[in-house]
Ligand binder design. Structure first.
Ligand code: URA
Length: 205
C-alpha cells in the first residue's frame, strides 16, 4: 500500500530507537489508514433521507457487518485504528503459540462474535512472516463456520514467503500489506522488518 502517509509512518516504526509510546501510536495510525483502504470495495445502496431542507436519496453501506479479528498478541495493536473507522464492528480474538517440538501453531484462545458466518472478517496481525499463524487463524475461523471468501488479511509488513504460503493455502483471502519486505532471516524474522512487533508494542523483551 503505497500511500505516502502509510510509507512515512512505517519508516518511523522501523527505526530501532522508536520507543514503545510512539510505536504504539503510529501502529494505530497506520492501521486506521489501512482500514480506509481495505474498505474501499464495501457495497453501498440508496436510501431516502430528509435533510433539514429537502427529501433526498443518498448512499449508505449495504453489505455485511464487520468483525475485526486480531491474532494475539501483536494484532491487538491494530484494533483501535480499525475501530476508529469502523466503530460498530465486533472484535474476535484468536491466540496461538508455536509448539516447540512440532513447530506447529497451537490455538490457546478463541473468542469470536457468534455470527461470524454472516460478517466480513478483517484479520489483523502486524507481521506476515512464514504465514503459519495467519493460516492457522483462518483455519480456526473456517472450523467455526466462516468462509475464506469473507475474510481479508491485513498486516503492516509481509515477507514474500508468507504471502506465497498464505495465498497457496487460501487463494480467496485478499492480503493487504503496508510493505512487502525482502525476505525472512534464519530465525523467521522479516528483513528489513521492524523486529518483534509484540515486544515493541508492549515494551517486553
Ligand atoms: N513476527 C514479528 O513480530 N516480527 C518478525 O519479523 C516476524 C514475525
Amino acid at each position: 500500500m503505497n500511500h505516502p502517509l502509510i510509507q512515512h509512518k512505517l519508516t518511523i516504526i522501523r527505526e530501532k530507537d522508536c520507543g514503545t509510546k510512539v510505536f504504539r501510536e503510529v501502529v494505530s495510525e497506520i492501521a486506521m489508514l489501512m482500514a480506509y483502504e481495505v474498505t474501499r470495495d464495501m457495497p453501498l445502496e440508496d436510501i431516502e433521507i430528509e435533510t433539514p431542507l429537502v427529501k433526498t436519496t443518498q448512499k449508505t453501506l449495504s453489505g455485511k457487518k464487520v468483525a475485526i479479528i486480531p491474532i494475539l498478541r501483536a494484532g491487538l495493536g491494530m484494533v483501535d485504528g480499525f475501530l476508529a473507522m469502523l466503530p460498530a464492528a465486533k472484535v474476535g480474538h484468536i491466540g496461538m503459540y508455536r509448539d516447540h517440538d512440532t513447530l506447529e501453531p497451537v490455538e490457546y484462545f478463541v473468542k469470536l462474535p457468534t455470527d461470524i458466518q454472516e460478517r466480513q472478517l478483517f484479520i489483523v496481525d502486524p507481521m506476515l512472516a512464514t504465514g503459519g499463524s495467519a493460516i492457522a487463524a483462518i483455519e480456526a475461523l473456517e472450523k467455526r463456520g466462516a468462509s475464506p471468501s469473507s475474510m481479508k488479511f491485513i498486516c503492516l509488513v509481509a515477507a514474500p514467503e508468507g504471502v506465497e504460503a498464505l495465498h497457496a493455502a487460501y487463494p480467496d483471502v485478499d492480503i493487504y500489506a503496508a510493505s512487502l519486505d525482502e525476505r525472512l532471516d534464519e530465525n523467521s524474522y522479516i528483513l528489513p522488518g521492524l523486529g518483534d512487533a509484540g515486544d515493541r508494542l508492549f515494551g517486553t523483551k
